[in-house]
Design a protein around this ligand. Structure first.
Ligand SMILES: [Zn+2]
Length: 426
């Protein structure tokens, strides 16, 4: 799942208003005048002027649903979203029986609290949201509108096919900025002084606040597989830390510059020093050797860069610390997902900063096999072989092999074919 539009997520945006009593829904006229006053505050806080007037319109849940569907259709070719869902299933991140498309739509629908449409240059205010939630949502969305006027958001609004990792990184820049601005505005309205956001454990605070209200207010979010929740929140939470870090280094000017040289990986977002201080650019990892051979009946349905963030999701059955350590040192990867009938398999080749990092990842991934694929047994290593091999009674194989700084994972292909693929890749 990738972001499909500049949405204000109600779940996240409701956090600053948590302590307040619910207030009545404002009238359209009240909403408009509220929007105008927030607009002034946003420009001041962001230290950027609005160059053009923003159009405001109020919108209904039905219209939001229509907009979501239209955005999906623009960003995904027919069948593509379903294939993305299958990829998540192949990776074991969502249950096999989940209707991915329907679930994602319902999740977005539940979460939308307003949105900015960069094509129409119009900000849509949600009619059904109570007054105390409107201000943070408006501040957040107006930040997108302001950025659009200065940095042309539509330029990088589109999905990057084959590199979700870069897409997540871009979206974290914009969503992190809008979330920071929203929090600054909320604090200022509450009479609070200057807060150094880079010193706070924002992820932890927001995460805890969200967990406490998700179940009653946001059943769809509460029911979502953990990886989907993490992915939905990533741009807002990690983006917030990322932008706070950059702003502390060089003020808003430093963030302006980030739009001219966009972050390229979730690694850079998760470790802001790898973007702002010592730039660590992701390396291209080719799997094109596999183009040379048809995988007898297996069809490639999905190709992507997984990135540090999604690699971390793959290790969710391990302790947090262990998983984090094992995915740090990521340097690049390429994933291909294959389908044959109902069967799904994947090939993942990754590159790490050092051999130690590669060893750590290979070991950590192998540890997750037991939980993810309980039918597979670890086969004793053959002398001289560098790979770990797991097989099941149907003679399917999972291979984890490290060579130098590279790690190859082949997951659930028939054993003979897995061997062929392995030789081709190396
Ligand atoms: Zn946003």
């Amino acid at each position: 799942m990738r972001r499909i539009a500049w949405l204000g997520l109600a779940l996240l945006l409701s956090v600053p208003a948590l302590a307040e009593e619910p207030a009545a829904t404002p009238s359209p006229a009240e909403l408009m005048s509220l929007a105008r006053s927030v607009q002034e505050r946003v420009a001041k806080l962001r230290e950027l002027p609005f160059k053009k007037t923003i159009r405001f319109e109020t919108t209904t849940k039905d219209k939001v649903r229509a907009y979501l569907l239209q955005s999906l259709e623009e960003q995904y070719r027919p069948g593509e979203l379903e294939q993305e869902g299958l990829a998540w299933k192949a990776l074991g991140l969502v249950p096999a029986e989940l209707d991915y498309r329907a679930f994602m739509l319902a999740l977005y629908e539940e979460q939308v609290g307003g949105y900015y449409d960069p094509k129409k240059k119009t900000f849509y205010l949600a009619e059904w949201i109570g007054a105390q939630l409107q201000e943070p949502i408006i501040a957040h969305e107006l930040c997108h509108a302001l950025d659009d006027q200065h940095f042309d958001l539509s330029k990088f609004n589109d999905r990057i096919r084959g590199n979700s990792d870069a897409m997540y990184a871009r979206s974290a820049l914009a969503e992190g900025e809008a979330t920071l601005l929203m929090m600054m505005d909320s604090l200022q309205q509450a009479g609070g002084g200057d807060v150094d956001f880079s010193l706070l454990d924002l992820d932890g605070m927001l995460g805890a606040a969200m967990m406490s209200l998700q179940a009653q207010q946001f059943p769809q979010f509460a029911a979502a597989p953990e990886a989907l929740r993490e992915a939905l929140m990533f741009p807002y939470l990690k983006g917030l830390s990322f932008v706070s870090y950059g702003k502390k280094r060089g003020g808003w000017k430093r963030i302006d510059r980030a739009y001219a040289e966009l972050p390229r990986s979730t690694e850079q977002i998760m470790h802001p020093e790898k973007y702002f201080d010592e730039r660590d650019a992701p390396v291209e990892v080719p799997l094109s050797a596999l183009d040379r051979k048809a995988l007898s009946g297996w069809k490639m349905i999905f190709e992507d860069v997984l990135g540090e963030f999604m690699s971390l999701q793959l290790l969710s059955s391990l302790e947090d610390d262990e998983a984090r350590r094992a995915t740090a040192g990521w340097d690049g990867d390429r994933l291909r997902v294959y389908q044959k009938g109902d069967a799904l398999a994947f090939v993942l080749l990754s590159q790490w900063d050092s051999e130690d990092d590669a060893v750590e990842w290979a070991g950590a991934f192998a540890k997750t096999v037991k939980t993810r694929d309980p039918g597979f047994e670890h086969q004793p290593a053959v002398r001289g072989e560098t790979r770990m091999l797991f097989t099941d009674p149907e003679r399917r194989a999972i291979i984890v092999e490290r060579r130098g700084r590279a790690v190859l994972v082949i997951d659930r292909l028939p054993q003979d074919l897995a061997e062929e693929v392995r030789k081709l890749v190396w």
